[in-house]
Ligand binder design. Structure first.
Ligand SMILES: *[C@@H]1O[C@H](CO)[C@@H](O)[C@H](O)[C@H]1NC(C)=O
Ligand SMILES: *[C@@H]1O[C@H](CO)[C@@H](O)[C@H](O)[C@H]1NC(C)=O
Ligand SMILES: *[C@@H]1O[C@H](CO)[C@@H](O)[C@H](O)[C@H]1NC(C)=O
Length: 245
C-alpha cells in the first residue's frame, strides 16, 4: 500500500466518526459533562439548529459549562434540572441571589409559568433592629447599614413599622405550596430553586411512553411522538454534542 493509499484508507475509516460528531440530529445535547439534557421542546443554541426545538425553549452553555435559560424580562438563569415528564424546569440564579431576581420577576414573553405562587412582603430594617431580634435576613441584599427581610405575613411586616420600611408585597414563584412558616422572617424565598412549568407544547405523553416529541413537520408547530433509540445502542442516532470544542 502506498502512503497516499494508506492516508485514504485512514480517512475512510475516520469519516463516519467525524460525521457523527456534527450536530446533525436533534436527539439530545448537553453542556460539557452536565446532567441536564437538552431535547425537544428545548434546543441547545448553537449546538443544535433552531428547528430542533420550540420557540422560547432555547438553552445555551455558559463559559463554565453550565446550562442556561434566558427569560426575556428577567434575565439569565442556570438550569438545575428539566423534568420532561412533568414539564417542569428547575432554575437557579447564577449570582446566588434569587430574591433579587424575584423582586422584579416577570415570566411573561416566555413559554413558562410559576409552579406555585406565594405572597411575600419584603422589607428593609436597620441592622441593629435585625441583630437584636435575631431575625434571619437575606444576606445578598443587605449592606453595611440595612438588612433585607422577607415574610409571608403582611401583619408581621407591618408590626415592624416604623423602624423598618416595606419595600414591596408581591406574588413570587416558589417551589412548593407554602406552609405557614415557623419563624417570622424567612430566607426560603432566596435559598430555594425556582421551579417553572410549561403547558405547551404538551410532550409528557410521549415522554411517559419512552417516545420522543417533535414537530410533525417543519411547516407547523404541532407536535407528535416519535420512536427513540436508546443511548449506546445506536450512536449515530443518539448523538450527544458537547460544548467543549
Ligand atoms: C443600604 O440599603 C438601604 C436599603 O436598600 C439603602 O437605602 C441604603 O442607601 C444602603 N446603604 C449603603 C451604604 O449602600
Ligand atoms: C422543510 O424541510 C425540507 C427539508 O429540509 C425543505 O425542503 C422544505 O422546504 C421545508 N419546508 C418548509 C415549509 O420550511
Ligand atoms: C443507526 O441509526 C441510523 C440513523 O437513524 C440508521 O441509518 C442506522 O441504520 C442505524 N444503525 C443500526 C445498527 O441500527
Amino acid at each position: 500500500m502506498t502512503f497516499s493509499n494508506q492516508l485514504f484508507f485512514v480517512l475512510f475509516l475516520l469519516l463516519p466518526l467525524l460525521r457523527a460528531s456534527h450536530p446533525k440530529d436533534c436527539s439530545s445535547s448537553s453542556c460539557g459533562l452536565q446532567d441536564v439534557h437538552a431535547r425537544f421542546p428545548f434546543w441547545l443554541d448553537p449546538n443544535q439548529p433552531d428547528f430542533c426545538g420550540h420557540p422560547g425553549f432555547d438553552l445555551h452553555c455558559t463559559i463554565s459549562q453550565n446550562t442556561a435559560l434566558n427569560l426575556p424580562k428577567s434575565g439569565t438563569f442556570l438550569v438545575r434540572e428539566i423534568d420532561y415528564r412533568s414539564q417542569h424546569i428547575r432554575l437557579y440564579d447564577p449570582e446566588a441571589c434569587l430574591a433579587r431576581k424575584l423582586l422584579t420577576f416577570d415570566v411573561s414573553g416566555s413559554p413558562f409559568s410559576a409552579l406555585y405562587l406565594a405572597k411575600y412582603t419584603f422589607l428593609t430594617c436597620p441592622n441593629e433592629v435585625v441583630k437584636s431580634s435575631g431575625f434571619d435576613s437575606i444576606p445578598c441584599l443587605g449592606n453595611s447599614t440595612s438588612s433585607f427581610l422577607a415574610t409571608t405575613s403582611l401583619d408581621i411586616a407591618k408590626s415592624m413599622l416604623p423602624s423598618c420600611q416595606i419595600v414591596k408585597t408581591l406574588d413570587v414563584p416558589v417551589s412548593r405550596p407554602v406552609v405557614t412558616e415557623k419563624s417570622r422572617f424567612s430566607t426560603y424565598v432566596n435559598n430555594q430553586d425556582l421551579w417553572l412549568k410549561w403547558d405547551s407544547p404538551s410532550c409528557s405523553n410521549c415522554e411517559r411512553n419512552h417516545l420522543r416529541c417533535g414537530f410533525i413537520s417543519n411547516a407547523s408547530l404541532q407536535v407528535k411522538c416519535f420512536p427513540f433509540e436508546k443511548s449506546g445502542t445506536n450512536y449515530s442516532s443518539y448523538n450527544t454534542i458537547n460544548c467543549n470544542k
